[in-house]
Design a protein around this ligand. Structure first.
Ligand SMILES: *[C@@H]1O[C@H](CO)[C@@H](O)[C@H](O)[C@H]1NC(C)=O
Length: 164
């Protein structure tokens, strides 16, 4: 005789199917909610990033009188080659036209090494470190540092030889 499905069988199978979708909910829905809340924090605390004028600096702080060669770009702009004498910098500014999508990166080289790395991308943690206006990348003998504008501390972010 066929066993009839009773109420508790039905609810158990329903619970089972909930448990099956749970990993997908955690994997896909949670990050979406988190990034949505991140964006709303940005909106509350700051003018929407598209209205901010950003300044980027690449500073040569190599020792022993070494020059630094830089070539920075975004998808739309090529900032050209620069040969920076010790202590000098190259700088440019732009407005983020859309919240998503502005990415600048640089290739830098000295006598014996080079590195390629991002200097501006869509990241609230980066924006905080840049004080929501100025990203200062300081190139030293051991790698490339990002200056935290609020504390004036340099954080090592890339090593010589790194490529993106
Ligand atoms: C960049 O160079 C200019 C001109 O020498 C200087 O006034 C400015 O302080 C430098 N900025 C940084 C972040 O090193």
């Amino acid at each position: 005789m066929e066993r009839k499905r009773n109420f508790s069988d039905v609810s158990i199978s329903r619970i089972r199917s909930y448990l099956l979708v749970l990993p997908f909910v955690l994997a896909f829905v949670t990050p979406t909610l988190l990034s949505a809340s991140e964006i709303s924090t940005i909106k509350e605390d700051h003018v929407f990033p598209m209205f901010i004028k950003w300044h980027i600096y690449i500073v040569n702080r190599l020792s022993n009188n070494h020059n630094l060669f830089t070539h920075c770009k975004s998808a739309e702009n090529d900032l050209g080659d620069h040969d920076l004498s010790p202590g000098s910098n190259t700088t440019w500014s732009f407005r983020t036209e859309f919240f998503q999508g502005t990415l600048f990166w640089c290739h830098v080289s000295k006598d014996d090494a080079s590195a390629t790395f991002n200097v501006f991308w869509n990241d609230a943690r980066l924006f905080d470190k840049c004080g929501w206006k100025k990203c200062i990348w300081v190139v030293k003998d051991d790698g490339v540092y990002l200056t935290h504008l609020s504390t004036n501390c340099d954080e090592l972010r890339y090593k010589w030889g790194d490529r993106m």
